[in-house]
Design a binder for this molecule. Sequence first.
Ligand code: DQA
Length: 140
Amino acid sequence: MKFLVINGVNLNLTGRREQGVYGTETLEEIQCEIVAFARAHGHEADFFQSNLEGELCTAIQNAEGVYDGVVLNAGAYTHYSYAIRDAIASVTVPVVEVHMSNVFAREEFRKKSVLTEVCRGEVLGFGKKSYLLAMESFWL
Ligand code: DQA
């Protein structure tokens, strides 16, 4: 299978921002682990990161017919982006929502995701392992 792992707003700063929440590994380092994990299981992973909502929508639209699954950490857009929600609802490629942190153990506004209803499922709270578990859900 071929996966697209999409990271949204501020996730380019992973490893530098709020290290107590998101850890010290950079997004590039995490992506290396994701691709190694995918390959070890006979799969492929590509990556896309943007801080721009519309670019994330376009990446989801363009995943249709190209990828077997999308693993999406939309960052703070998770909590209010109807545009990203509609993009997910507009494609048939399954999208699994990911969060590194346990959003339910944090601020009140993080408890609401406008994306979950249109995603195949959600994995959260396991740090970088959330991405691996989300990907694994496609072949287990
Ligand atoms: C996050 C959680 C979001 O609430 C936050 O805005 C992020 C990262 C996570 O991976 O835990 O940027 O999606």
